[in-house]
Design a protein around this ligand. Structure first.
Ligand code: AMP
Length: 473
């Protein structure tokens, strides 16, 4: 125990040797290069990294909005942490023996000689910020949320990228299981609100380090005797991170571990009571959860509650959409005060994939109801000012300033289905007037430019009233 405390007090910036070892390990093997010339390569995004083009953005926008709204409703404050941190922060938090550190970390040495890494997840950076900025003096619980890209040098395929986006939630300063339940409720709220229905929540408890150690021993004892049946990776994990074997997707490993001892049977009394309360809260919330005794999560810092959110595609393809758990010792291990904490991350890329699969609605941007057309040099000059006056008055305006022909501009207006078209010709530009055409009734009038906003608003308002009073079919 005393020994453990000492280890916990070590400042973050130590363990040079471990860092160097990890750095060596995390230097990715050179990939076999595709046979394309250097100039062709310059015009391709890196493998596993992709552009999210405007066409796809409405889905992303809906997810981003949904996450931000939920965060606000549940009392989370936004925090931004850098994408790059000292390498040893991740090594100290997530630990060697995990895939994220051993195989997937993007790490490099800067020109100044600092060994740094791109964040593979948010929690380590947020825990660092919590300590660095003395947040422990703030009233508890402290709820923080962030959203952005993280980087993992994983083997790319559909739904698995090297740059991926996560929405991340962390709560510091409470160990009551009601927080665990509320965090799961929040994750559920986000995915349901996005229209994802076939969702499964898996929960488990992996206890505290002492009970975990006892469990790991029993697991290793069981697996050692049948080591030859494990895949090569898992044979290595047996000495580095045996619990990770439960996560392996290889059939032979799944078969072997299905009979393995379970973490739940090794829990200490407090962890067992904690888990029982959590389940009671989840029952009370009527959330569709199941207990998955194999669920351990890949990161080393978790204690007690762990959970994952899965899409349950009937065609057999399943994606983890998010996951998280308690990490009651992390802050102290990094050199801060003992601070219980819980958090989770949602994978935006996978959520977008799932939304498309179930035909969930993307975000619908507000469409402009007004078009501004101009004809002639003077009118063209004045049109930018007019556009900005209307926009300042809360009127969203579409335009096609680059086109000279009125006919071409009106074609755009009609394609957009606007309700009002404002036409500024040479004469109107000189008179400081504009023609306002009601596209629904077909009537038009010339109004003074300083009265333009009122005239446009009047038509838009009467259209809204009209659509409300018209019988529904
Ligand atoms: P993790 O903390 O590893 O469980 O990651 C949280 C969530 O991020 C996962 O449930 C996935 O939705 C998503 N995620 C993790 N790795 C990737 C990846 N390589 N590509 C896309 N999404 C990922």
């Amino acid at each position: 125990m005393a020994q453990k405390k000492q280890a916990a007090k070590k400042p973050i910036a130590t363990k040079k040797a471990a860092v160097q070892k990890t750095e060596r390990k995390t230097q990715p093997k050179t990939e076999s290069k595709p046979s394309v010339s250097e100039s062709e390569l310059l015009l391709q995004s890196l493998r596993g990294m992709r552009d999210i083009l405007p066409d796809e953005q409405p889905y992303w926008e809906r997810v981003r909005r949904s996450i931000s709204n939920a965060a606000q409703e549940y009392g989370y404050s936004r925090i931004e942490v850098p994408m790059v941190e000292y390498l040893h922060l991740f090594v100290r938090s997530i630990k060697e023996g995990t895939d994220i550190i051993d195989k997937e970390l993007y790490s490099f040495t800067t020109r100044g000689g600092d060994r740094v890494a791109l964040r593979p997840e948010f929690t380590a950076g947020i825990a660092r910020a919590y300590i660095q900025h003395g947040m422990s003096v703030l009233p508890k619980p402290i709820k923080l949320f962030s959203m952005g890209p993280v980087f993992r040098y994983d083997r790319p395929q559909e739904g698995r990228y090297r740059e991926l986006w996560q929405g991340n939630f962390d709560v510091f300063g409470e160990d009551d299981p009601i927080l665990d339940a509320q965090v799961i409720q929040l994750a559920y709220r986000v995915v349901r609100e996005l229209g994802l229905k076939d969702i499964e929540f898996q929960v488990n408890s992996i206890g505290v380090p002492e009970s975990r150690k006892r469990y790991e021993k029993a697991l290793v004892r069981y697996l050692e005797s049948q080591k030859h049946k494990l895949c090569q990776n898992c044979r290595e994990r047996l000495s580095t991170n045996p619990m990770r074997i439960l996560d392996c997707k290889e059939d032979k490993c799944i078969q072997l571990t299905s009979q393995a001892p379970q973490a739940l049977d090794f829990l200490d009394d407090e962890s067992r009571a904690h888990f029982k309360s959590l389940l009671e809260y989840l029952d009370e919330l009527e959330l569709p959860y199941s207990i998955n005794p194999r669920l351990v999560r890949g990161l080393d810092y978790y204690t007690r509650t762990v959970f994952e959110i899965w899409s349950s595609d009937r065609e057999g393809k399943k994606y983890a959409l998010g996951g998280g758990g308690r990490y009651d010792n992390l802050i102290q291990e990094l050199g801060g005060e003992p601070t219980p904490a819980i958090g989770f991350g949602l994978g935006l890329d996978r959520i977008v994939l799932e939304m498309k699969r179930v035909h969930a609605k993307p975000h619908e941007p507000v469409r402009p109801r007004v078009f501004l057309a101009q004809l002639g040099d003077l009118a063209k000059k004045k049109s930018l000012r007019l556009f900005s006056d209307l926009e300042k008055n809360g009127i969203l305006v579409a335009e096609s300033f680059g086109r000279g022909s009125l006919k071409a501009q009106l074609r755009v207006a009609s394609r957009l289905g606007v309700e009002v078209t404002i036409i500024l010709g040479q004469k109107e530009a000189l008179d400081e007037t504009a023609i306002v055409k009601d596209m629904i009734s077909g009537t038009q009038e010339t109004v003074r430019q300083d009265k333009l906003t009122d005239a446009v608003k009047k038509i838009l308002k009467s259209n809204v009233q009209l659509s409300h009073s018209s019988p529904k079919n």
